[in-house]
Ligand binder design. Structure first.
Ligand code: LLP
Length: 432
């Protein structure tokens, strides 16, 4: 059975899998990532284990680049989605830049081979040390979230005898129609400068000789289902862009942010890149600035799975619980956002039960799925949690003193252990 929906006829119903996760397919009843058996990798490295497909990373990166080729966008991979060095290196080799939100992410991006000149630094709370580090590295630009931040960046640049390129993040007040925790382009949010105040903020920037106005930035939220909020936001910022172009010849970039959605469910369609391109390209051309985008999830989301082993199958009077060795500390999206991740057996298994898939953490919120139809799995069986490449390991913690999972990157018939599982010693290594 193929995980590509296009290859599976409609009448297969529930057996149909996530359309975009083309790198994960069953062969002879066993789940493979590209040409490597998921079960073999789990035996070799243990569970819980994140597995990423390099082919998927490249495919999604190229899909975006191709769809927008007419305006040759600058693609800054949003490192926060997946910070694994092997993942960032794979994208660096494709020519990706990076969108970072901390000194730590800048450090990781540079270490993985992303040129500083292709890095945009975002975030509402940049510290002086982070700003200084970014200036010394020579990043492409800061996306600036407030007037006080402009002043701080200018002060740090002055102290270093450097010049900082800035793009002010504007808040276009567009409803991205996504989870309230991940909506960022609404008036109420902490992000960006209101459109009405943006001109004044740019005047502040122009008054400081240490600052060069490099562009304008926005990010509406994540994940977004379609192109409409982007089109609406571009229409709202177009007059400001015209004003910027006229005033500041150094203003070249229009950074549209990220947030392009992915299918998490069997019946969901992939984000319609053609419709996105049809909406964005003419608007960007009319505005006359160079387009930059910051995709995270779109590139890594369906590149990854989290493999867990069933520890116990427990029945109570009301429910069946499939207790696995992965938990909310490994993948927090289901309890945090009510997010849905498909869960499939690594070895195709007959039967059907309805169960909660839960971890060993001592909270009732520790679930990967609730009241989910599953094959009749037993102790020792392996399950794959799909679409776990974005905001999976990146949001993992050591809660309940659980070491974070191992990560492997598959490329064709090759697999490499990208990160070893954290040991108990690792848990206490930083303590004094
Ligand atoms: N640019 C900026 C300024 C952002 O804040 C984000 C994500 C991105 C780009 C990338 O968004 P993406 O293309 O990956 O959707 N933890 C949540 C998602 C939080 C997104 C935060 N910002 C989740 O698991 O769904």
């Amino acid at each position: 059975m193929s995980l590509a929906a296009t290859a599976v006829p409609d009448d297969e119903g529930e057996r149909r899998m996530i359309p975009e996760a083309e790198s994960f397919q069953y062969r002879g009843g066993q789940l493979f990532c590209e040409d490597v058996s998921v079960g073999d990798l789990a035996e070799q490295h243990g569970t819980p284990l994140y597995i990423y497909s390099a082919a998927h990373l490249r495919r999604q990166y190229r899909r975006l680049a191709d769809a927008l080729a007419e305006v040759a966008p600058c693609i800054h991979y949003a490192v926060k989605a997946n910070t694994c060095g092997a993942v960032i290196r794979t994208l660096a080799a494709e020519g990706a830049g990076a969108d970072v939100v901390s000194g730590g992410e800048l450090f990781r991006a540079r270490r993985a081979g992303i040129p500083a000149a292709r890095v945009a630094f975002a975030g509402v709370g940049k510290t002086r040390d982070e700003i200084a580090f970014a200036l010394r590295e020579g990043i492409e630009y800061f996306t600036v979230e407030s007037e006080p931040e402009l002043e701080r960046i200018a002060d740090v640049a002055q102290a270093l005898g450097a010049r900082a390129r800035v793009a002010i993040r504007v808040n276009p007040d567009v409803d991205p129609r996504t989870h309230v925790y991940t909506s960022t382009g609404r008036k109420e949010s902490k992000f960006g400068v209101d459109l009405e105040r943006a001109r004044r903020a740019y005047e502040c920037a122009a008054a400081r000789p240490e600052l060069e106005i490099a562009g304008i930035h926005m990010h509406l939220g994540s994940p977004l289902a379609d192109e409409k909020p982007y089109a609406e936001a571009l229409d709202k910022v177009a007059p400001l862009c015209a004003w910027l172009r006229e005033r500041f010849p150094t203003c070249r970039t229009l950074d549209l942010g990220g947030g392009f959605g992915i299918p998490y469910k069997r019946r969901q369609k992939p984000f319609d890149l053609d419709a996105f391109a049809a909406a964005v390209i003419p608007r960007v051309k009319a505005i006359g600035l160079r387009l930059a985008i910051e995709p995270g999830r779109y590139i890594v989301g369906n590149a990854g799975i989290l493999v867990a082993r069933v520890q116990y199958v427990k029945d109570n009077a009301f429910r069946r619980f499939v207790i696995v060795d992965a938990a909310m500390n490994d993948l927090i999206r289901p309890p945090l956002y009510g997010a849905w991740h498909e869960i499939v057996p690594v070895r195709e298994t007959a039967g059907e039960v309805v169960a909660d898939v839960v971890g060993p953490v001592c909270e009732s919120g520790d679930f990967l799925a609730q009241e989910r139809k599953l094959p009749d799995v037993r102790e020792g069986d392996l399950l794959a949690v799909m679409s776990a490449g974005a905001y999976g390991f990146a949001m993992a913690s050591n809660y309940n003193s659980r070491g974070r999972a191992a990560e492997a990157l598959v490329d064709g018939a090759n697999a490499m252990l990208a990160r070893v599982r954290e040991s108990w010693e690792d848990l206490v290594a930083a303590e004094r």
